[in-house]
Design a binder for this molecule. Structure first.
Ligand SMILES: Nc1ncnc2c1ncn2[C@@H]1O[C@H](COP(=O)(O)OP(=O)(O)OP(=O)(O)O)[C@@H](O)[C@H]1O
Length: 304
């Protein structure tokens, strides 16, 4: 039933239905917000009132092609993320993990050809990338770029003010924003002098990752997609970045992490791990399977 969807707790699951399997083409600019409340999941152990969780993102049968070549990359992705959950996507090189993330944030290299994605009750795929960000979707890219001439504090300040404008709140002046973000530096254990540098300019790989997490510290993100935040990091840097991520997690914020390595999952514990193959999520398991993946490779758990 729509309001009482079963929660995927281990092994394979079928994401709960939205109850209104709207068949309109997802690449058409539509209508508006879904006129239905978000479904919730209730833990049987506890009070339904306390533990009702909101479905944050539901992706159904999502297909997408590369805009230029029309090569199909996503071949029917299904995924459901509730608030406060940490999801990891693993899979071989080229299986479509980053493409899924980029399609969700509206990257213009890709064209959606079918399926739906509903984020906080709105049809995500019909929103402009900026609207998705303002709606609370954050993505850290695999290779964060340097932005010469743009100060590292101006960047999150602009993003934050855009969010505030949307909420009808007054913008924060730089000095006010500094006061706001300063305590966050401690939370992510970042030195204050990073704020005075240009965005990612001259940053090491680890510092770039760290800087991405600082952007996440600016409020507004309900779902953060972290694409290989562990790549190129030594174990100490990974621990630092993971601690920064953990420091920002709240029961309301959800994470979708893309990774190849079990070690990240030792630091940021996922609720579910999805295995992606050939443009689809072929399996969803809990954390116990990560070691098997690492030891025996994807064939050990590949689709039957
Ligand atoms: N913009 C693009 N132009 C051309 N090919 C692309 C583009 N985006 C994705 N692809 C191709 O789509 C396939 C999936 O790529 P994607 O980056 O999503 O894989 P991935 O699972 O994230 O891989 P990795 O683990 O190596 O990062 C790859 O074969 C890739 O070359």
């Amino acid at each position: 039933m729509y309001g009482q969807a079963h929660h995927p707790n281990s092994l394979q699951f079928t994401p709960p239905s939205l109850g209104n399997p709207c068949c309109r083409s997802s690449h058409q600019r539509p209508l508006t917000t879904l006129n239905t409340s978000l479904p919730s999941v209730v833990s049987p152990k506890n009070s339904p009132i306390q533990d009702a969780k909101k479905l944050l993102l539901e992706v159904k049968d999502l297909t997408a092609v590369i805009a230029e070549s029309k090569q199909q990359i996503l071949k029917g992705v299904n995924l459901a993320i509730y608030e406060g959950e940490v999801h990891a996507i693993m899979g071989k090189n080229g299986s479509g993990k980053s493409t899924l993330a980029k399609v969700l944030v509206g990257h213009r290299d890709y064209e959606v050809t079918g399926g739906t994605a509903v984020f906080k009750g709105e049809y995500l795929l019909d929103m402009e990338p900026e609207e998705r960000s303002l709606a609370g979707l954050f993505m850290s890219f695999q290779s964060p770029i340097a932005i010469p001439g743009v100060n590292n504090i101006d960047f999150p300040n602009m993003a934050y003010n855009a969010q505030r404008r949307k909420l009808g709140q007054p913008e924060l002046r730089p000095i006010e924003f500094y006061a706001y973000i300063f305590p966050k530096l401690e939370l992510v254990k970042m030195k204050a002098d990073f704020l005075n540098r240009n965005v990612n300019e001259g940053f090491s790989g680890g510092e770039r990752r760290w800087n991405e997490i600082l952007q996440l510290a600016v409020p507004g993100a309900d779902l953060a997609i972290l694409d290989e935040i562990d790549s190129g990091l030594d174990v100490d840097a990974l621990r630092n970045v993971a601690e920064a991520v953990n420091g920002l997690l709240t029961p309301k914020i959800s994470l979708l992490m893309i990774t190849h390595y079990e070690r990240l999952l030792n630091f940021v514990r996922p609720t579910f791990i999805h295995v992606m193959e050939n443009g689809k999520i072929v399996k969803t398991v809990d954390i116990s399977i990560a070691k098997l993946l690492e030891d025996e490779g994807y064939q050990a758990i590949s689709a039957s």
